[in-house]
Write a protein that binds this ligand. Structure first.
Ligand code: A2P
Length: 291
């Protein structure tokens, strides 16, 4: 990969912003030393995108790590693409403050992409009828910060097709991205159709199924036949469908391994074998009960 966000393999979002196809997922990446080491290894390997969230508790360390490391790689803030997310506790009337808090935690003038992390609200039951109103209020706050240039792109995460349709029916600014769990066990066909219909970029998290898919026999077989690692095969399966990925690793060697996915192609047969594993199985949280 080349050295800046503008030349790393990327997709064009519906607001004209380019987003790298590969970013470092930062869920469960905690503590200054670990964040610094992971960001350093990622920048050295060519990653130009970092995916944080208020609930990950690492926005401040990410901002600090980038400030200290970007000069080492002759990069500036504009060369990296930063995503963060509004925590479920700030859904609704706390949304403006929550987003401003993310900006100050990161120590940045703007965030490249800011997502509503979850369709529900912390403290409310999933069936609580206040959930839709809170989502709408959060979206209005994100739209306002988008208009002020503080959030370059806005989107959502963990939304179901019905949450997406609700948002598309009421938004002034279309979401640029939907980020959800996506791997061969959970191919999300309906959500991908909805995203295509509305011009929303579909982005994957947990491409490795929290590591569980790395020992799946079919994945191992494809990996052996193309002389790649299981992780590379799973990530390649997604990017070969133009789906951006966010593998999480705190290990520099695995960080390097996970970015070597743009120099090989899976055959149609291997793509088909992996897609045939689809069984609607998730390893992360399931939003389908949230009204
Ligand atoms: P670690 O941070 O110790 O590398 P997902 O992105 O699906 O949530 O998966 C993340 C999990 O997979 C983490 O536990 C991470 O552990 C592990 N992981 C990430 N990359 C690799 C890899 N290339 N090989 C093996 N395990 C990996």
């Amino acid at each position: 990969m080349s050295s800046s966000a503008s030349t790393a393999p990327s997709v064009l979002l519906n607001n004209g912003v380019r987003m790298p196809l590969l970013g470092l997922g930062m869920y469960k990446l905690w503590g200054w030393e670990d964040v610094l080491q992971a960001v350093d290894a990622s920048l050295a390997a060519g990653y130009r995108a970092f995916d944080s969230a208020a609930v990950y508790g690492n926005e401040a360390d990410l901002g600090r790590a980038l400030k200290s490391l970007l000069p080492k790689y002759d990069l500036t803030r504009e060369d990296v693409f930063i995503t963060s997310k509004l925590g479920p506790k700030d859904q609704g009337e706390g949304a403006m403050e929550g987003a401003l808090h993310s900006l100050s935690n990161l120590g940045m003038d703007y965030i490249d992409l800011y997502l509503i992390h979850w369709p529900g609200t912390r403290g409310l039951d999933v069936t609580d009828q206040r959930n839709p109103g809170n989502r709408a209020q959060s979206w209005a706050a994100l739209e306002e910060l988008h208009a002020r240039g503080k959030l370059k792109a806005i989107g959502v995460s963990n939304y179901t097709p019905s949450h997406m349709r609700e948002l598309m029916g009421s938004c002034k600014v279309r979401p640029a991205v939907l980020q959800v769990e996506f791997h061969p066990f959970e191919c999300q066909a309906e959500l991908r159709r909805v995203c295509q219909e509305f011009g929303v970029c579909f982005q994957a998290y947990s491409s490795l199924g929290r590591g569980e898919l790395l020992t799946e026999p079919q994945v191992l077989q494809v990996a052996e036949s193309c002389q790649r690692t299981p992780a590379q095969v799973l990530l390649r399966w997604a990017v070969q469908q133009d789906v951006p990925v966010l593998p999480k690793s705190s290990n520099p060697e695995r960080i390097r391994e996970n970015c070597r996915i743009f120099d090989f192609t899976l055959s149609d047969g291997d793509m088909g074998k992996l897609s045939a594993l689809n069984r609607g199985q998730r390893f992360c949280w399931n939003p389908s009960q949230v009204v």
